[in-house]
Design a protein around this ligand. Structure first.
Ligand code: RBF
Length: 144
């Protein structure tokens, strides 16, 4: 049974770091939301500089009364990021906290890969599109 999501509003917060990859994640997420019955006019995009800022950007969007779910998209590449573990841990924790604080689904759509090739494989490549998966997760949670 399909839930009616036509009046639900979803925010997508996109990190600009590794933009080529996060744009693909965004496309995947956007298309999956439309496919799932979310209206184009009910999808609100916001950009933040890097994945680290997804925590606060995601929280700000989740705090908005009209927003029902938030999808956070980013890409942290280990080879380029000496403090990879800190950023990944911080954003995982921050996104968890944003969801629990606001009692809304705040979805973790952050790629954490060893290199760019692995990221491309997961952003519309041979392992699918994790942005799309994040959107399907949001849709499932909206139907909870
Ligand atoms: N942000 C990302 O989303 N992905 C990255 O791979 C990434 N690498 C970074 C590497 C360094 C050395 C620094 C200083 C920042 C990096 N950031 C990355 C940005 C980070 O998420 C955040 O925007 C900045 O640290 C400012 O808070």
């Amino acid at each position: 049974k399909k839930v009616d999501l036509s009046s639900r509003k979803v925010a997508i917060v996109v990190a600009s770091w590794n933009e080529e990859i996060t744009e693909s994640l965004y496309e995947g997420a956007f298309n999956a939301l439309i496919e799932g019955g979310i209206r184009k006019s009910n999808i609100i995009r916001k950009d933040v500089p890097g994945s680290f800022e997804l925590s606060l950007g995601g929280l700000w969007m989740a705090e908005r009364k009209e927003i029902d779910a938030v999808i956070c998209l980013g890409c942290v590449i280990q080879g380029d990021t000496p403090h990879f573990d800190y950023i990944c841990q911080a954003v995982a924790y921050g996104i968890t906290e944003a969801g629990l604080k606001t009692r809304k689904p705040v979805i973790f759509g952050v790629l954490t890969t060893l290199n760019k090739a692995q990221a491309l494989d997961r952003a519309g490549g041979k392992f699918g599109n994790k942005g799309e998966e994040a959107a399907l997760t949001a849709i499932q949670m909206l139907g909870f």
